[in-house]
Design a protein around this ligand. Structure first.
Ligand code: MG
Length: 206
């Protein structure tokens, strides 16, 4: 599927058990071929995973995530927006953050290869992440969470190896300045008139 500027792209997350647990609607900025660039505007209503008792993942342990699973809960995205680069191939997505007008860095979210769904794509978060500074140095994030998930069998040793290799493969491009780390996107700014895109009501079942 190709995307046109202005389209709304539904990004849906399934949990490791397969249930839909998250969604966000992105305003397509450009179809770059290997990546689609989509903007998550401040004020967007998104669905994020929470524990059955309503706690957010950061308020619970990884053991609790695995034992109880997640359900989706709506909330309004606050603060600065995020530009998400969604790959056509590759088990990750890359999120550009700003703090006010200053580019803050790239978050590499390791997640399964995207599968098409009506009006968007879906994927499953794989717990391990990387952060790339504006000067292009990078480091792992959430390695301890990932290690617990591997120890608990959420990911097999082979899957864990592949996830880590994908992170190394993607971040190795950071120094080159090629996509998804192209400098031109670090100075991109959204049209201030854009309204937040809405997650469709049937997001979990489409
Ligand atoms: Mg992640």
């Amino acid at each position: 599927m190709t995307w046109a500027a202005g389209d709304v792209l539904l990004l849906r997350y399934r949990g490791v058990d397969g249930d839909p647990i998250g969604a966000r609607a992105l305003r397509v900025v450009a179809d770059l071929g290997d990546y689609v660039a989509g903007w998550l505007a401040p004020g967007s209503v998104i669905f994020d995973p929470v524990l059955p008792d309503g706690r957010r993942p950061r308020e619970a342990t990884v053991e609790e995530w695995i034992t109880h699973g997640f359900r989706p809960a709506p909330r309004t995205w606050q603060g600065d927006g995020i530009l998400k680069l969604i790959p056509r191939a590759g088990a990750h997505s890359v999120w550009l953050f700003w703090s006010g007008e200053a580019f803050a860095g790239w978050y590499v979210n390791l997640e399964t290869r995207h599968r098409p769904i009506p009006g968007g794509v879906e994927t499953t978060d794989q717990f391990l992440d990387a952060w790339v500074e504006p000067d292009r140095r990078w480091r792992w994030k959430d390695e301890a969470d990932f290690a617990v998930a591997v120890a608990k069998g959420t990911f097999s040793p082979g899957e864990a190896r592949a996830i880590r290799e994908e992170g190394e493969r993607v971040t190795s491009a950071a120094a080159s300045g090629a996509l998804p780390f192209a400098a031109e996107w670090t100075t991109w700014r959204p049209d201030p008139d854009w309204a937040p895109a809405a997650v469709p009501a049937d997001w979990a079942s489409r």
